[in-house]
Design a protein around this ligand. Structure first.
Ligand code: MN
Length: 214
């Protein structure tokens, strides 16, 4: 059984960019449902207790869409919570240099990230990723799709662009949500750890499943 990780901050900590109400619905309802569905499918299938990362990759390979969608969404949301911080930060060190090299600075990265997310058709995620060599890119993925299925790609940050992520606070204005999000909430210390982990290992992993079975 996979647990629903707690938010790493209080529900009102990201306000006003993301309201207390949105975080309650998003974490306690949406994220919780993906985790519950994933556990239900795994139990019904009598599947073992592999890591969530392995299950996401395997279900993607085998084309088990229901399992993939729910496990990938469980993972993506947990990663999303970690990729935000109530304390506004700036990138520093090697990561700041890589941003300069890839985008020409943080303002241009912001433009690229907001444009990618605002232009993404339908539900999905916008990511800042690194390849194994440390080259950065902004990409978006549809629905539950994530970067765990991409060889050599390490996610540094992600923002959820499903409507449930912003509709209560911004209605249909995804671009304003993304702009405010990028200016205030990225957890650049977490992103720097991920960047470092691309070469040395130790990238974010979802909490291990418990071995309690029904
Ligand atoms: Mn979501």
């Amino acid at each position: 059984m996979f647990s629903l990780p707690d938010l790493p901050y209080a529900y009102d900590a990201l306000s006003p960019v993301i309201s207390d109400d949105t975080l309650h619905f998003h974490h306690d309802k949406h994220h919780a449902t993906y985790v519950k569905n994933a556990n239900d499918i795994l139990q019904q299938a009598g599947k073992g207790f592999k890591s969530l990362e392995e299950i996401v990759a395997e279900s993607h390979r085998s084309g088990d869409k229901k399992l993939f969608n729910n496990t990938a969404q469980a993972w993506n949301h947990a990663f999303f919570w970690e990729a935000m911080s109530p304390e506004t930060q700036d990138p520093s060190g090697d990561l700041a240099q890589a941003i300069e090299k890839a985008f020409g600075g943080i303002e241009k990265l912001k433009d690229t990230f907001v444009t990618e997310g605002a232009g993404h058709f339908g539900s999905g995620w916008v990511w800042l990723v690194s390849d194994a060599g440390g080259a950065l890119k902004v990409i978006s993925t549809h629905d539950a799709a994530d970067t765990l299925t991409e060889q050599g790609m390490t996610p540094l940050l992600v923002c959820d662009v499903w409507e449930h992520a912003y509709y209560l606070d911004y209605q249909n204005d995804r671009k304003t949500f993304l702009t405010k999000w990028f200016e205030a909430l990225p957890n650049w210390r977490f992103a720097a750890k991920q960047f470092d982990a691309r070469a040395r290992g130790g990238a974010y992993r979802y909490p291990e499943p418990s071995r309690v079975s029904a």
